[in-house]
Write a protein that binds this ligand. Structure first.
Ligand SMILES: [Zn+2]
Length: 294
């Protein structure tokens, strides 16, 4: 152990001087007894006092120092109620705790490894399912086109930056989300950069909050595509996960919009089913100068 680390261990021991866990900190040198992660490091998640023999099964060893070991919170949770004593093979808890301490820890370590791998496997499967189903959604060419008077300020069109920005602005000025969903919606934020568990960082093009005539609220994430970009089901899955994670009690209405040509906008409502992202509804709107409509 290098001097700096020795110093840290001693500081920690000092803090724990009156705490009976001190011997465990010294025994593991401040690392998790199971996964060896560093519990002293600045960004460490802190430590847990793990009971080698689970508390529920062995009440009499709950306050026995021999039964305590320093671990990280993750290993402590994965170990849960695992009992490393093989009573069915004639092993005796007292005997094992006295003479086979290291063996009990090794068995727990293997159990934790299995549990951790299982849990990571479940995440991988879910992500793989979404990625495998990842696809593009294209507007159908045979749809009826709904003409609407264009309320986009001329200045917005004159200073257009890119297709995606312009599409988001046109949808906002013409209240296309309201028209499409039959809700009253308000733009909460655009280009929302956030992260979704297991999916990493995402960017929501625009997030609306909606309300229906009965007062029910909705969260409406919108993806907008201009130019040759196509609507992605992966992005829709990310948006749905984001809403579930951040607003678990509010229903999600996921929207995708695409410029078909300068004047026609295809809008989709998407939802997640067991077999992937599906289109609930598709409508095409054409923005026409006010005098031409009606
Ligand atoms: Zn650990």
């Amino acid at each position: 152990m290098n001097d700096a680390r020795q110093e840290l261990v001693e500081q920690l021991l000092d803090v724990l001087k009156d705490h009976r866990l001190a011997h465990s900190v010294a025994a593991t040198r401040g690392y998790c007894a199971y996964c060896y992660s560093d519990l002293i490091q600045k960004n460490s998640q802190g430590y847990a006092k793990d009971h080698i023999l689970p508390r529920g099964t062995y009440e009499r060893y709950e306050d026995d120092e021999r039964n305590w070991i320093l671990s990280c919170h993750g290993c402590n949770e994965f170990k849960c109620t695992f009992d490393p004593v093989r009573a069915d093979q004639g092993e005796n808890a007292e005997d094992m705790l006295t003479r086979c301490h290291a063996e009990l820890i090794q068995r727990s370590r293997e159990h934790i490894r299995r549990k951790r791998a299982e849990s990571e496997g479940q995440w991988r499967d879910r992500t793989r399912r979404i990625v495998r189903g990842a696809d593009r959604i294209d507007p159908r060419i045979d749809r009826f086109i709904i003409d609407i008077p264009d309320a986009t300020p001329g200045l917005i069109r004159a200073y257009r930056l890119d297709d995606r920005q312009t599409l988001l602005a046109i949808m906002r000025y013409n209240r296309l989300i309201d028209m499409f969903l039959g809700l009253t919606t308000y733009s909460l934020q655009n280009h929302l950069r956030t992260a979704v568990k297991g999916m990493g960082p995402i960017e929501v093009d625009e997030l609306y909050i909606g309300i229906d005539k009965r007062g029910q609220h909705y969260v409406v994430p919108v993806q907008a595509k201009g130019g040759s970009d196509r609507i992605g089901t992966m992005q829709a899955a990310q948006y749905i996960s984001f809403v579930r994670e951040r607003f678990p009690d509010v229903p999600c209405r996921t929207i995708a919009a695409q410029f078909m040509d300068e004047e026609i906008i295809a809008m989709f409502e998407l939802t997640e089913r067991n077999d992937g992202i599906k289109v609930i509804e598709e409508r095409h709107y054409r923005l026409v100068p006010t005098k031409e409509s009606g």
